[in-house]
Design a protein around this ligand. Structure first.
Ligand code: CO
Length: 158
């Protein structure tokens, strides 16, 4: 599959979808960090940030256990694999512990998925799926984002 991101907006304005629309990426929602041992990492991050995690949540469909920290307006998500099938287990095996993804908040995840797909980004899931912390999520392949796994997330809000 060829990668054809239409980046040269100044020269080819007709290719560029409107930028800065309310639906586009609004802010960094959280940073995901892959850890081997969630309990140990929770203590470490509590010491580092000076605050305890505010929730632990298992996402069975993704084979991960997560914990969340607030740091001012920002969030950190720690992720531990619960099975060898987990993407987190594979990530740690390949690269070791560390930053796993950057998540951006969006208002309308389907519209944003469509927008990014139209620009040539490779989506890892065709439908939004249920993620941790009450979000619909979709991931973008790191190969289409300079080696960074990007997560879109929209509040489920119930
Ligand atoms: Co995340």
């Amino acid at each position: 599959m060829g990668f054809s991101l239409k980046i040269n907006c100044r020269l080819e304005t007709s290719f560029c979808l409107p930028l800065g629309k309310p639906n586009n990426m609004q802010k960094i929602e959280h940073i995901g960090i892959a850890v081997k041992d969630l309990e140990k990492a929770n203590s470490l991050y509590a010491a580092l940030l000076g605050v305890e995690h505010y929730k632990i949540e298992e996402v069975a469909s993704e084979f991960v256990k997560t914990s969340f920290f607030k740091n001012g307006p920002n969030k950190i998500e720690l992720l531990e694999a619960t099975s060898e099938e987990s993407a987190i287990a594979k990530f740690i095996e390949k690269k070791g512990e560390g930053i796993h993804h950057i998540a951006f908040a969006v208002e309308d995840i389907r519209a944003e998925m469509k927008r990014l797909e139209g620009l040539g980004f490779r989506l890892l899931n065709k439908e939004p799926k249920r993620g941790a912390d009450n979000k619909w999520v979709c991931f973008i392949h790191p190969k289409s984002a300079n080696g960074v796994l990007v997560e879109l997330c929209q509040d489920i809000g119930e």
